[in-house]
Design a protein. Structure first.
Length: 239
């Protein structure tokens, strides 16, 4: 038994447009889409380019569009798709470098923009003093710290796909991760309270739906909107 994988092939500068190329690979019940891609690379066409590393949903590098949905290919199994075919394309919203590999620079710049580190007044980095937390203090931000930077939420976001200046779900969730951390003394509100940040979100919630780690960026965005409302009433309130 085999299943057909329709895979995007594209070499910018050499090809005029991306095209789909079909490969038949063994239909194994315990294979993920990533196993199929590795079979193609090993047995059929060594020039196929795609990213992966951990093969266990941790590194976040194997995100692609699978039958039109942003998914981790190492966690998406053939058994979901019957006899196929399965269409595998690069994540939407990012420039293609080659085949299934997309540019990540803009995404990383956006993460850096929200200052994703503990800001402490009167302490130099790296921090050397221990700042203990209670389980409840950890719980306050824990879900936001589970992000693996797979970029699925950006690919699913209708705002980011149309407007690359939109700060986007993972960066806003990351900012919230630090804002809710009892050890953090920073204030990132001004960089979030903008049309190209939380106010650009149309709250369709696709970011939350596709997250493989159950992070809820849509909630992070709503929290900032509530903060904005609170600050308009009580300008001295911080969060
Ligand atoms: Fe690491 Fe899929 S290969 S998350």
């Amino acid at each position: 038994r085999t299943i057909t994988l329709e895979v995007t092939r594209y070499r910018p500068g050499q090809d005029s447009a991306p095209v789909l190329e079909s490969f038949d690979v063994p239909l194994m019940d315990d294979w993920a889409v990533l196993d199929g891609l590795n079979y193609i690379k090993d047995q059929l066409d060594g020039t196929l380019s795609f990213r992966w590393s951990c093969r266990m949903g941790i590194c976040g590098s194997c995100g692609m569009n699978v039958n039109g949905e942003p998914r981790l290919t190492c966690g998406t199994f053939f058994t979901e798709f019957g006899d196929g075919p399965i269409r595998i394309e690069p994540l939407k919203g990012f420039p293609i470098i080659r085949d299934l590999v997309v540019e990540v620079d803009d995404f990383l710049d956006k993460l850096r923009h929200v200052k994703p580190w503990l800001i402490r007044e009167g302490e130099e980095l790296p921090l050397t003093t221990e700042h203990a937390q209670t389980p409840a203090q950890l719980e306050a931000y824990k879900q936001y710290s589970m992000c693996i930077n797979c970029m699925l939420c950006y690919s699913a976001c209708p705002v980011y796909v149309l407007d690359p200046d939109f700060l986007g779900p993972a960066a806003i969730a990351l900012a919230q991760r630090y804002e809710l951390d009892s050890r953090d003394m920073g204030d990132r509100f001004d960089m979030l309270n903008l049309d190209e940040a939380v106010w650009g979100c149309t709250f369709v919630g696709e970011c939350t739906k596709v997250c493989p780690k159950h992070v809820d960026p849509a909630e992070a965005i709503q929290r900032y909107k509530v903060t904005a409302a609170m600050r308009s009433i009580l300008p001295w309130s911080r969060r």
